[in-house]
Ligand binder design. Structure first.
Ligand code: HDD
Length: 691
């Protein structure tokens, strides 16, 4: 189902030569285009003799293989990309001269790469981590990259600390582990010595860091940028991507199990959704504010560890982003795509956020190392889709080589031969902000409040979400071996919320509580809760795009199955058949259906809800199979909605839940009950079960 490769499409570079070896098959060649007669054996002196250095065919092949890896990204190494488009739904000609916002309804090609941050390229998708949300918009006036995350704040305020942050978060350098996780001493040592990271820590210890999939998370440009209009007037802006699908996360226990059952869970989810035509969509929102607001706002708008609550500056929706095409070649597109924060277009400008200023250097620099030369912009995934004329030339792997004599400017070769010229009307102009100051290494006093927004985030969460934050801090810190680091973290939490700190301290066995950490500024407790900061308060309003795992055996009730199938289809939801064996199973009426997953390969953590539809003999058989029992008990413990046929009782009993069936567990008897089940699923989880 997930395999998009077209067996009929020849694998090649589009060259016309050597087609049709036999029938439709093209001839295998060397890189130089020479046809190959034998690709099974190297050239030897005698059948049992040594291989000859002269074997150019062998060397051509191994040479390329030896060099087919490029260095992985130093951060965000594991990622998954897709193509789509951005559609302008509101024109902003009075606010920005950016071409992309001038015409309502216009579509701009887009490429998006989602990622985790800390793990290596082969790490698992469900790590507790920030997710990258990098968008490349191929506008008519050049490429605009919004290189954001799924969390609107960052760990540090100044880019000079980025290498330290990343070193501390990744594997410890002496031992090379742990992989893709922050639950270790170095990370917590660093962040507990950097109080500016407190707001971000609240976000990454929340369920934001374990999204259900890329489709169900927000994206943020994080920094304040500028919008500049035709008259040169500027306002600030923060960018938001709001998923039409709603927000959804998994539980920590699910995340751990998903990583084992399907380490590619997130990439598979995005790939499958696009392949079945269920295109994920986000609205582009802007928080637009002026200097006056920036002056009177409680925090510095140049400080990337702070948000501006939506209650204070509402998000204005100006467009939509739709992902409708998977990549054809993972390496060429997802690996080679190069995002750079400094890729902006006329009408957008930077702010003085010191994190953004540092990023503007780093991204271009890293591409040189990773992609091997200055011509990475020639790669199709990075090349603008608008005309491009400049005098930059040569270098490794130059693919777009200008002709003609002029390779400098000014020149006197005339309009035709002299090459491109500047255009003051269309060209990029920086906002003429007045800048003056003493040259010094200093952090602005206005960046000094490290705890107030961390507290605001915490009090904005539902009880369940607060409990998850407590659990996450306790889990991560329980893996820290140095007691002083654990204690230091609790001393920071005391500046955020007493109950949070006490709960974490108790789970870590810290008694008595330490003194609260020294704070540059006292925590404000007058910042109101903001509903937009909670996932559960912004959940989906439908079960569309979600998946039910239907555990089935021979002898299942065909009518209930048909009615379930119909009801899920009407909702836009999917299901997979999980059974004791692959192949097919047969209903009580004698109809056969295809099995998608063998029960030990399709645990319930891979589904948003489950149904158990067995014959009575089947239920007894499953009751003897540990993976079937875990399928049921995990779904129950993960507060999932459960639908079951009466015949499934022996399995529910053996799984230990028959006495605990609650309103989240529905017996399926007819169309009415399958519809009711599907409607229940819109809530995603039956949280009341958590107690
Ligand atoms: Fe970064 C990659 C997002 C701070 C330096 N970053 C990278 C990617 C994302 C972000 C989504 C992956 C792009 C892709 O898919 O190819 N980074 C952020 C956000 C930040 C942030 C939202 C804070 C607001 N980053 C940041 C700083 C620095 C970097 C402060 C350095 C001073 N980031 C990089 C990098 C990477 C990168 C080393 C690695 C691969 C790449 O750039 O292309 O340059």
């Amino acid at each position: 189902m997930d395999n998009n490769s077209d067996p009929k499409k020849p694998r090649g570079n589009g060259g016309e030569h050597h087609q049709q070896a036999t029938g439709n098959t093209s001839t295998l060649t060397t890189q130089q285009g020479g046809p190959i007669a034998d690709d099974q054996n190297s050239l030897k002196a005698g059948a049992r003799g040594p291989t000859l250095l002269e074997d150019h065919i062998f060397r051509d092949k191994i040479f390329h293989f030896d060099h087919e890896r490029i260095s992985e990204r130093v951060v965000h190494a594991r990622g998954f990309g897709a193509h789509g488009y951005f559609e302008t739904t509101e024109t902003l000609e009075d606010i920005t001269s950016a071409d992309i916002f001038q015409r309502k309804g216009e579509r701009t090609p887009a490429f998006v790469r989602f990622s985790t941050v800390a793990g290596n390229k082969g790490s698992a998708d469900l790590a507790r981590d920030v997710r990258g949300f990098a968008v490349k918009l191929y506008t008519k006036e050049g490429n605009w990259d919004i290189v954001g995350n799924n969390i609107p704040v960052f760990f540090i305020q100044d880019a000079i600390k980025f290498p330290d942050l990343i070193h501390a978060a990744k594997q410890e350098p002496d031992r090379g582990f742990p992989q893709a996780q922050t639950a270790h001493d170095n990370f917590w040592d660093f962040v507990s010595l950097m109080p500016e990271s407190m707001n971000m820590l609240m976000w990454i210890m929340s369920d934001r860091a374990i999204p259900r999939s890329f489709r169900f998370m927000e994206g943020f440009g994080v920094h304040s940028f500028r919008l500049v209009n035709k008259e040169g007037k500027s306002q600030f802006v923060k960018f938001h991507w709001k998923p039409k699908q709603g927000l959804q996360s998994v539980l920590w226990d699910e995340a751990l199990k998903i990583n084992g059952a399907d380490p590619d869970f997130h990439r598979r989810d995005l790939w499958s959704a696009i392949q079945r035509g269920d295109y994920p969509e986000w609205h582009l929102g802007m928080q637009i504010f002026d200097e006056e607001f920036a002056e009177q706002f409680e925090f510095d708008v140049l400080d990337a560890t702070k948000i501006i609550p939506e209650e204070q500056v509402p998000v204005r929706i100006v467009g939509r982003l739709v992902l409708d095409k998977v990549v054809d070649n993972f390496f060429a597109e997802t690996e080679q795509v190069a995002f750079c924060t400094q890729n902006i277009v006329k009408g957008i400008d930077f702010s003085n956020d010191p994190l953004l200023q540092g990023r503007n250097f780093s991204y271009l620099d890293t591409q040189l190392k990773r992609l091997g030369g200055p011509n990475f912009t020639h790669l199709p995934i990075n090349a603008p889709k608008c005309p491009m004329h400049h005098f930059q030339q040569d270098g490794h792997m130059a693919m777009c080589n200008p002709t003609g004599r002029a390779n400098y400017e000014p020149n006197s070769w005339g309009e035709e031969d002299g090459g491109p010229r500047e255009c003051p009307v269309k060209g990029f102009e920086s906002f003429p902000e007045e800048v003056e100051g003493t040259k010094q290494r200093v952090r602005s006093e206005t960046f000094a409040d490290h705890y107030s927004q961390a507290r605001q985030f915490y009090i904005s969460q539902t009880d369940i979400e607060q409990q998850h934050i407590i659990n996450a801090f306790s889990f991560e810190l329980s893996k820290v071996k140095t007691p002083a680091i654990r204690k230091r973290m609790v001393s920071h939490l005391l500046n955020i919320d007493q109950q949070l700190a006490e709960n974490v301290a108790e789970k870590l066995g810290i008694d008595p509580l330490p003194e609260p950490a020294d704070a540059a500024m006292p925590t404000r407790d007058d910042l109101p809760a903001s509903d937009k900061l909670s996932i559960l308060k912004n959940g989906p309003d439908s079960f569309k795009g979600r998946k039910v795992g239907v555990l089935m055996t021979d002898g299942f009730d065909a009518d209930i199955f048909k009615s379930l199938e119909k009801s899920l289809k009407a909702e836009g939801a999917m299901f997979e058949v999980v059974a004791p064996h692959t192949g097919e199973i047969t209903s009580s009426a004698g109809d056969s259906i295809k099995v998608d997953e063998k029960v030990d390969g399709g645990p319930s953590v891979l589904f948003d809800a489950i149904v158990i539809l067995t014959g009575s003999d089947g239920a007894k058989m499953l009751a003897e199979m540990p993976p079937a029992l875990t399928f049921v008990s995990d779904a129950f413990n993960h507060m999932k909605f459960i639908g079951y046929a009466e015949d499934a009782m022996p399995l529910l009993k053996k799984a230990g839940i028959s006495e605990m069936l609650d309103e989240g567990c529905l017996q399926l008897t007819n169309t009415k009950t399958t519809d009711e089940f599907t409607q229940n699923c819109r809530d995603i989880r039956f949280w009341q079960r958590a107690g």
